[in-house]
Every structure is written in structure tokens, then in C-alpha cells.
Design a protein around this ligand. Structure first.
Ligand code: DAT
Ligand code: MG
Length: 151
């Protein structure tokens, strides 16, 4: 089953939106595989966002993601990467559809509330960076056959 990596960013945590955001992924049918509340180090932020190093917004991005605690999630499900990206919305909240997390709660790209992996390759890299094997918990969810046809 496909997995994706999500960060509930410091603005969302500070604004008390952690539960609301997790709720949206849960109601979509995505299944928790890992979750932790943590302060991101500068080193982890830089490794996570390495593809953006050198861009004009890079320093702001690193200081934003390290500015307060975050919640890191591993989510599992059919097409988990694409499904989570749709639930999150576009990179710029102003271009995000109402009904998406960024479209419902955000206005600015530098305060866009949530990170979601953009491909299966990224999710594999990011999950290995943020979670140890022991922090990912396999389990049978009793509703799985009602969410996944072939379970
Ligand atoms: P996403 O978070 O939608 O995957 P991304 O990977 O292209 O977007 O960029 C990572 C983060 O960097 C994004 O959430 C916000 C910031 N960012 C991206 N493009 C930006 C821009 N043009 N100006 C300011 N910040 C930007
Ligand atoms: Mg991205």
C-alpha cells in the first residue's frame, strides 16, 4: 500500500488546526502509519528542503519550518501521495480550491499550513528521513474493507 509523508507546519500547530487537519486525512480514508510531535532542527529542515536550496524563498522556508513544533505524519492508502496532495491544495493558498486545507485556512505561500510529498520517490526519501522503522506501526484497521475494495 502506498505511503505519503505529511507535516502539519508550525502555523497550523500554533493556530490550533492540528486536529482539523488530521481529521480531513482520516475522513478521506487515509490510514495513520506514524505520527510525532516535534521541534525540527535546522539540519533536518535543510535536508528535507534540499531541492529548494539557493532559491530566494529558501531561508524563509527553513526559518518557518523550524519556528515552532510540527506534527509529522505517515499516511497509507491507495494513491496516498496524490490523494493527500489534493486534500492539501495548491502550493499557493490563493490558488487553492475552497474545500482543500490551504484553500480553507490559508492566504500566503509562506504560511501554507501543511507539507505533503509530491511523488512516491519523494515520500520514500522523506519517510526515511523523518521516521525510523520502529516509529512506523503496521496495523489492521477494522474499516479497511470499507475503504479499500481489495482488503
Ligand atoms: P509544496 O509545498 O506545495 O510541495 P514546493 O515543494 O514547490 O511546494 O515548495 C516547498 C515550499 O516552499 C512551499 O510549501 C512554500 C515554499 N515556496 C514554494 N514556492 C515558493 C515561492 N514561489 N515563493 C515563496 N515560497 C515558496
Ligand atoms: Mg513540495
Amino acid at each position: 500500500m502506498e505511503r505519503t509523508f505529511i507535516i502539519i507546519k508550525p502555523d497550523a500547530v500554533q493556530r490550533g488546526l492540528t486536529g482539523e487537519i488530521i481529521k480531513r486525512f482520516e475522513q478521506r480514508g487515509l490510514k495513520l502509519a506514524g505520527m510525532k510531535f516535534m521541534q525540527v532542527s535546522r539540519e533536518l529542515a535543510q535536508t528535507h528542503y534540499a531541492e529548494h536550496a539557493g532559491k530566494p524563498f529558501y531561508e524563509g522556508l527553513v526559518s518557518y519550518i523550524t519556528s515552532g513544533p510540527v506534527v509529522a505524519l505517515a499516511l497509507e492508502g491507495t494513491n496516498a501521495v496524490a490523494a493527500a496532495r489534493n486534500t492539501i491544495g495548491k502550493t499557493k493558498p490563493a490558488e487553492s480550491d475552497v474545500g482543500s486545507i490551504r484553500g480553507d485556512f490559508g492566504l500566503e505561500v509562506g504560511r501554507n499550513l501543511v507539507h505533503g510529498s509530491d511523488s512516491v520517490e519523494s515520500s520514500t526519501r522523506e519517510l526515511a528521513l523523518w521516521f525510523s522503522d520502529a516509529e512506523l506501526t503496521p496495523w489492521e484497521r477494522s474499516t479497511d474493507p470499507w475503504v479499500f475494495e481489495n482488503r
